[in-house]
Design a protein around this ligand. Structure first.
Ligand code: MEV
Length: 422
């Protein structure tokens, strides 16, 4: 294949041909070539361009995540060893105190059609306001099935932003993820505006989903907070300190929110949703008052710890890869979730559980105590421990004051020597 074909025709090839070209170009070993071929799926090639293989991640479950009185088993897909362990720990402790309460939330996505304000913004805004019904009609005509299902474009909001005017279409996408629907509707309105001589800057979904906010709260009794070394009231006070710190220091807030998103992203991937959309919306929401802050708040009220979180959560249970990927479908069988509203409530609860587990650890033993055991498993595998040796090596590593690759290799050699002497 010539250089030009490599650059311009790669997407036209079959996955087998692409893998062959990569193997030749990068001198892939036969083991590497087999790995690429073995992991490949039919679906992948239909989902992304220049597909060569599937990249798999571990899937595990959180059990007993209680939301509005119902106990959920929630699949998570994530590579970080401590995430699922922490989520289970947080969910279990909070379940003992009654679980999470999720408010019923309204849900609309925003399609932005942004125009130049021109020389007379007041006149333009007046014209836009007079035409709001027309915009809704055009948007709904572009995707009539959504309206038939009871959804569709419901409202127009007009905002002046710098030298631009944003015509926000508030769209009910029913149970779907809905990005394509919103973009189709926004582009239809953009087309109408262009035909009327207006300079359209862009027409696209906004991931700042402030019209799909989900609030979740929980209470934790002191008895469910205590450690062997620290009583529950002290743990609660320290958690409140951490919560306040995340409100005033963006350095800490970013990590605090990373802990929340650890669980949310993992649940989003397992549920086939667009986790990047939720990530960007969450961080924008964390900065809504001009400073980046922690997304959850923990307070002591009536001698118990109370947590709350509000997040933009425009998730769906239909659309994207949800119906195509058989593992995603299976995950809905496990979580038993039927509606987008239920998914939003459960995933936001998981975020609060994840955050609770992280800051309880920070407030008490520190994060490394729990993390290290899990990290040791990865370290054991990375130095070549076989499945039968991993547990033994992890135990030996936990007894060391200093651990690194060299220590792990030395201990593995000792284990092997001991077993050959037996
Ligand atoms: C690690 O993945 C997440 C934490 O850093 C979150 C936090 O500090 O709150 C433990």
């Amino acid at each position: 294949m010539s250089k030009t074909q490599w650059a311009h025709g790669f997407y036209r090839l079959t996955p087998e041909q692409r893998r062959q070209i990569l193997a030749d170009q990068y001198y892939l070993s036969s083991t590497e070539q087999s790995l690429l071929a073995e992991q490949a799926s039919k679906l992948g090639n239909n989902l992304v361009e220049n597909y060569i293989t599937d990249y798999s991640l571990p899937e595990g479950v959180v059990t007993g995540l209680v939301v509005n009185g119902k106990s959920y088993t929630l699949p998570l897909v994530v590579e970080e060893p401590s995430v699922i362990a922490a989520a289970n720990n947080g969910a279990r402790r909070i379940a003992k105190s009654g679980g999470f309460y999720a408010e019923t939330s309204s849900r609309a996505l925003v399609g932005q059609v942004v125009i130049d304000q021109g020389e007379d913004p007041v006149k333009k805004i007046n014209w836009l306001k007079k035409n709001e019904t027309t915009f809704l009609e055009i948007a709904n005509a572009a995707h009539p099935s959504m309206k038939k299902r009871g959804g569709g474009a419901k409202k127009v909001r007009i905002r002046q932003v710098g030298r631009f005017i944003s015509i926000d279409l508030l769209i009910d996408v029913c149970q779907a993820m809905g990005a394509n629907t919103v973009n189709t509707m926004a582009e239809a309105v953009a087309h109408y505006l262009t035909e009327n001589g207006i300079n359209v800057v862009t027409a696209i979904l906004s991931n700042y989903a402030t019209d799909s906010l989900q609030t979740v709260t929980c209470k934790v009794a002191y008895r469910d907070l205590a450690t062997k070394q620290m009583d529950g009231a002290e743990v609660a006070r320290r958690i409140v300190d951490l919560s306040e710190l995340a409100q005033v220091d963006p350095y800490r807030a970013t990590t605090h929110n990373k802990g929340i998103m650890n669980g949310i992203d993992a649940a989003m991937i397992a549920s086939g949703n667009d986790w990047r959309a939720i990530e960007s919306g969450a961080h924008a929401y964390a900065s809504r008052n001009g400073q980046y802050r922690g997304l959850s708040i923990w307070k002591i009220i009536d001698n118990q710890l109370e947590g709350s979180i509000t997040l933009p959560m425009p998730v769906g249970v239909i659309g994207g890869s949800i119906g195509l990927n058989s593992l995603t479908k299976l995950n809905y069988h496990l979580n038993g979730i039927e509606t987008a509203q239920e998914l939003a409530a459960v995933i936001t609860s998981l975020g609060l559980a994840q955050n609770f587990a992280a800051i309880r650890a920070l407030a008490t033993t520190g994060i490394q105590a729990g993390h290290m055991k899990l990290q040791y498993r990865s370290l054991a595998i990375s130095v070549g421990a076989k499945q039968t040796e991993v547990e033994q090596l992890v135990t030996k590593l936990s007894q060391q004051s200093h651990v690194d690759q060299e220590v792990a290799k030395r201990l593995l050699a000792t284990i092997r020597k001991e077993s050959s002497n037996e």
